[in-house]
Ligand binder design. Structure first.
Ligand SMILES: Nc1nc2c([nH]c(=O)n2[C@H]2C[C@H](O)[C@@H](COP(=O)(O)OP(=O)(O)OP(=O)(O)O)O2)c(=O)[nH]1
Length: 137
């Protein structure tokens, strides 16, 4: 018998940084895998075993963008990414460096009226809706 859907364990936690500076949100365009390439996301990635969510957030921003960030407040709870993965999002401020697209195709700073100018990955859209409602702060 198939397990009931709500009992399927989450086996992947992805963290995303909503990096805000000068009232704009940083969006990053994925380079891979092929089916996601070109889509826009929040910088971040998978939490390693034994690593805290916010440590993963800081590490991924350093690896992907060559910046040091400070996590701020959590946005919502666990945002579903398909069957077995969730996205956890924090606002973040840059404390050192200027973001560079080391692993992405492009970066864009989006003003509040530009939040939907990029094609967000489907899992990110409800998160962007929060910023559209509540503003970038
Ligand atoms: N980083 C990030 N990933 C997202 C977002 N939305 C979304 O659906 N995803 C998906 C894309 C990927 O399938 C997964 C994150 O994997 P990743 O490839 O960025 O993680 P990673 O840097 O740890 O990658 P790797 O070690 O496997 O190369 O979550 C988002 O806003 N940010």
């Amino acid at each position: 018998m198939k397990p009931r859907k709500e009992l399927v364990p989450i086996d992947l936690i992805v963290v995303g940084a909503a990096i805000i500076a000068d009232g704009r949100l940083l969006a990053a365009q994925r380079a891979e895998p092929a089916h996601m390439a070109g889509g826009w996301e929040l910088p971040g990635g998978k939490v390693d075993p034994g690593e805290s969510d916010t440590d993963a957030l800081v590490r991924e921003c350093h690896e992907e963008l060559a910046i040091k960030i400070r996590p701020g407040r959590r946005i919502g709870g666990d945002w579903r990414l398909g069957e077995r993965a969730v996205l956890r999002v924090w606002t973040a401020r840059i404390v050192e460096g200027e973001p560079r697209a080391l692993e992405h195709l492009a970066l864009r700073w989006l003003a509040p009226d530009e939040l939907y100018d990029v094609e967000w990955l489907p899992g990110d859209r409800p998160v962007i809706d929060v910023f559209a409602r509540e503003g970038l702060r």
